[in-house]
Write a protein that binds this ligand. Structure first.
Ligand SMILES: [Zn+2]
Length: 274
């Protein structure tokens, strides 16, 4: 079950007592899920959300019936400097910018796809491997500040099969400028997972997948320093930390701890990225 983590980039998880039909935090809609016959709502907290007291609004058919105060705590994410060999992936030319612009609309549509019903949030790791880069790192690429890391990187050799984290439907799949070969899967209630930098894609848009089904193979397409899987989780289009959805038994959570300690500071380098 997803882990309650009231920080920017985290999620609020609340058990529901009443007959609530939707919930909202900071203008973002929550997702309902069921666990052991109880109904919960999980609400995304954007990375840029201001810490402090915020209200979760609970609705019954458009009508606000209750509000609950939640406290969003501060979290500072480490800084990471990387060198990307393909310079155009960091400093796109005019032609690249046109492509990026046209892809952003397509990405937006995939991210906001939403089907009703309870979300499938009982995830598995899409590949076995060490966590090579955690969520939320503030990034300096080739000396230039760039968007924070909005997923986790799992180190795995090229060609390793990548599995769907949970049951869902493939919303989009294709080649994108930054993400390379990318697959979007929606797991109901607007919970969407992404699988980026794939060598090959093994699914088509519209296809239904079961947890563990093959979606593609690990690769190094798009903006990368080497082969790995970039795995993202979104709730109502908001990127949140995928580790909050993954079983902690996986050995990489210990590696993540270790890594988050050593990658601090402006000279912080991810030892897995060479
Ligand atoms: Zn990544």
């Amino acid at each position: 079950m997803p882990v309650h983590s009231p920080v920017p980039g985290g999620i609020i998880v609340l058990p529901l007592e009443k007959n609530v039909t939707s919930a909202e935090l900071l203008g973002k809609r929550g997702s309902f899920f069921k666990e052991a016959d109880r109904i919960y709502v999980l609400l995304p907290i954007p990375l840029g959300a201001p810490p402090g007291s915020h209200k979760v609004y609970l609705f019954q058919n458009e009508k606000a019936v209750e509000s609950i105060f939640v406290n969003i705590e501060k979290k500072s994410y480490a800084l990471q400097s990387l060198t990307i060999r393909k310079r155009r992936k960091v400093e796109p030319n005019r032609e690249d910018l046109r492509r990026i612009k046209s892809e952003s609309g397509r990405k937006k549509a995939a991210k906001s796809f939403r089907r009703d019903g309870f979300a499938n949030v009982d995830f598995i790791w899409p590949v076995e491997g060490e966590l090579s880069s955690p969520f939320g790192l503030r990034r300096i690429l080739n000396g230039k500040p760039r968007a924070p890391h909005r997923g986790i990187d799992i180190a795995a050799p090229a060609g390793v099969p990548v599995a769907a984290a949970a049951d869902g439907v493939v919303v989009d799949a294709g080649d994108f400028f930054f993400s390379g070969n990318l697959v979007f899967i929606e797991h109901r209630e607007g919970v969407v997972t992404t699988y980026a930098h794939l060598d090959k894609i093994a699914v088509r848009p519209g296809e239904r997948v079961k947890k563990g089904d093959l979606v593609g193979y690990v690769g190094s397409t798009g903006r990368v320093t080497g082969p790995h899987l970039h795995f993202g989780v979104m709730v109502d289009s908001v990127y949140v930390d995928p580790l909050l959805f993954l079983p902690t038994r996986h050995p990489s959570s210990a590696a993540a701890e270790k890594l988050s300690k050593i990658s601090h500071g402006p000279a912080g380098r991810n030892p897995y990225h060479k």
